[in-house]
Design a protein. Structure first.
Length: 243
């Protein structure tokens, strides 16, 4: 992982994605629904649900919306039933792509994902065709834009909490954990008053793929098309974006 910043790739696209989608509450709602469906409606015992709610509140999602989706998952409120589906494939230049979908209409979702790949020079593969290129990790970002965080103190705190690795970049620290130790590290860092700019259990590429400018443009178009689908929750890829 050293030398490649997931945060760098995130920051380059985050603002444009959020502005373009206009669907951020819908995506938070689905995250909350599936976390509650899988782990129960009690935030004190369901860490993924607690994280999903915290992220929704950070984006100013109303409490009524949050509670409604928890009740849907618990079966105490009528509403759509969502299904999780994972698609794997290759983008332009052989970039590995994993698309997580949460949908109440799997035929619609499949058609939209298939169209996105075909339209932008990619191709869908079988289950397992690219997932072996990624590791499931806890991922935490602590912003250091003002340069006030002591790297040694943060490193010691993170490693003592159970982190596997920490990387320093110009404006942020990236911390990696096992999925099992993720919540413990998050809780300890927050107890020590570190402000988390991002945190999740996610897929981290084992290696990154740098493309020609032409292929990178095509790959960005593929990501844009996928992100336009309201069913697409997460996209993981091993593209190393250029400067």
């Amino acid at each position: 992982m050293a030398g490649h910043s997931k945060w760098k790739n995130i920051q380059k696209r985050k603002n444009a994605q959020d502005a373009k989608r206009g669907k951020i509450f819908m995506r938070h709602a689905k995250d909350i629904y599936i976390a509650a469906k899988l782990g129960g409606a009690d935030l004190s015992t369901n860490a993924p649900l607690r994280t999903a709610v915290e992220k929704a509140k950070a984006d100013n999602m109303p409490n009524d919306n949050i509670e409604r989706n928890i009740k849907k998952a618990a079966g105490t409120l009528d509403g759509a039933s969502y299904e999780e589906i994972t698609y794997e494939g290759y983008g332009p230049g052989g970039v590995a792509v994993i698309v997580h979908v949460l949908t109440d209409n799997k035929n619609r979702a499949a058609a939209e994902v298939r169209h996105a790949f075909k339209k932008n020079g990619g191709n869908l593969g079988e289950s397992g065709s690219v997932s072996f290129m990624f590791d499931r990790k806890g991922y935490i970002v602590i912003s250091n834009e003002d340069g006030t965080i002591d790297e040694d103190e943060l490193t010691l705190a993170a490693l003592e909490a159970g982190a596997e690795d920490i990387e320093s970049h110009d404006e942020a620290y990236e911390i990696y954990t096992t999925p099992e130790e993720y919540q413990t590290v998050v809780d300890l860092l927050m107890q020590n008053d570190y402000e988390l700019a991002d945190n999740e259990v996610t897929l981290i590429p084992q290696n990154y793929n740098k493309l020609s400018s032409e292929d990178e443009e095509k790959m960005m178009a593929l990501l844009d098309t996928l992100e336009e689908s309201e069913d697409v929750q997460d996209i993981h890829h091993n593209l190393e974006t250029s400067d």
